[in-house]
Design a protein around this ligand. Sequence first.
Ligand code: DGJ
Length: 690
Amino acid sequence: MAIVLMDNRLFVLHTQNTTYAMGVDERGVLRHLYYGAKIDRAADFMHALTHPIELWENGSDQVMEEFSSFGCLRNKETSLKIAYADRTRDFRYRLTNCETAGDELILTLRDEEYAFVVRLHYRVDEHHDIIRRWVELQNDGDAPVRVDRIFSAEIALAGEGYQVLNVSGVWAMEQQLHADPITAGKKVYESMAGCTGFSNQPWFAAYRQADERAGDVTFGCLAYTGNFKVIAECVPYHYLNVTLGISDTDFAMPLAPGAAFVTPEVYLGFTREGLDGMSRMMHAFEHDELMPVARRDVPQPVLYNSWYATEFDVFGEEQERLADKAAEIGVEMFVIDDGWFGQRHSDRAGLGDWYVNPEKFPQGLGHLIDHVHSLGMQFGLWIEPEMVNPDSDLYRAHPDWVYRYGKRPIIMGRNQYALNLTKPEVVDYLIATFDALLSSYAIDYIKWDMNRFMAEALDDAGNDGMVWYNHSRGFMRLARALRQRHPNMSFEACAGGGARVNAETLSLFDQFWPSDNTNPLDRCRIQEGYTMMYPAKYMRAWITDDSRLSTSFRARCAMCGALGIGSNLNRLSEKELAELKEEIALYKRIRDTVQFGRLYRLRRLETNSAQIWQYVRGGQCVVITLVDHAAERLAPVCLQGLEPQALYQVGEGERAYVVSGAYLMNCGLITAGNRDRSGTVLILNRVEGA
Ligand code: DGJ
């Protein structure tokens, strides 16, 4: 049974391989008791409920809690901070109800004196070993309640010596992994960009001793595309407390009488199989449970994007020539980036004016689209809905549609202003505008960009403490409306690179642009961080021009995800085009395994002179090796996830050989040659016979 309730005070959740336990102690505190490898006997946890505490000293900090709140002798970071109308600012509760509905457990905590209710939701996904958590607040009183903080989940890990993994980053160097030992005090990972931003990610992985391959890892991933906060705190009473949810910085939510609020979800997991185990769990869960169903099993086409070739000088005729060349080398989707609309000749003008520029496309955009389709390719277009240049018809018509502070000049980011998505009329206008654009042309794919962060967080209605949150909901309403009206279109989420990579966006989009940086060695590091939580299928990666690096090296780095080409095809020699054609053909042979297979990061570039990634799906295994310094000889690498007794043909042609899965996983194989900056793709196929 997935959910076990005992005596209305002990609650135990089981997935295939894990157990999560909590219970109410004699003081009425909902204690967190355990999360880890499976313990079948739920009754054992009754014992944990009796661990005594010393009430004279920070009583509430001494126990691991399921849902802590500001006040009540707590010094630690907590999940909830509220203020009632009479300025009472703590939440003292009784657990008044516990109910199950299918795979969901709902615990109701009711304030002892005030008509305010917190419901903790746990949905048990046994198959994926994931517990989905969220919190619901309800004001049953007759006066408003101000909510200053409400996180989605709190996770306590018993003992000390934990490290917490997250990423740091800036534009063009996103997703840089770092593990922080949380030995004392706390560490905060946060975004104040109005979206996920570059700095950190809305997830955590906590462990004492773990690497890619093995070790106990507890992790949580927040599905929220706005400002988030993750706090990892070493509480001096021998546990690590992690809280995560909507950032409470500049957050204040008035909850009216009778009103309720539901937080974003957190996906919580535990694995004994190290960081790779965590990633594989999340990748499978994201595929099966989060991705838009209609498109999740559709492989990503090989894409060509003309941004690096032409930048803002987008002209119909030249794009047609690029499309011809793209089709010749095997590209399946041709994409026009920024610069096709309004008076968009640079980043200084035109943003907001979503009509096709007639000088750039004298024969109309439809002509180019027909041409692309006649070449057997799909067609894609770039948009940036949430922004406006001051030099645009949209801004001239609606200067009040952007965020601004009184008399101050509006802050510019990339010469543009942010549209105020908290205004329903702005979102309605954007839905109508883009719905019309997407309906007027035979567009197959949209690259949705966002090139500046929010600054002036002001709500016209005076609800300033909700601006960041409401802005993110405006974005989601827009994205959901376009997705619903164009269910077969593919959407890519880009934000000046990877500032919108998160699990909530993943549920409406089909792929991410992880970074504007396409240098293979930098990309390897970015991709290592990216794949911790997000799948290879969603990781768009382009081959771009760099005469210092071979085509195959650049290509094989991009093959680690969904391959795209960003080169200026009009400038490439016949030889270079032929090389690209070969690489694309190779990618098509491994695409399904890369995009839908299980990923094993056998070696990380961060800690080695080479990155070696292995993907397994059915009888095919693909190993992609990217060597930085060949001088540091590569030892044989042991593969993972194969069938020990099965036979695999390694490589192809005369040099192919057949060995067992057990050999490959224990004795290993040399995956690469001995050249600096080289990339190899090794294909292994399961074969019959001895
Ligand atoms: C930033 C994106 O990350 C690039 O790929 C490109 O689309 C530019 N914006 C266009 O302005």
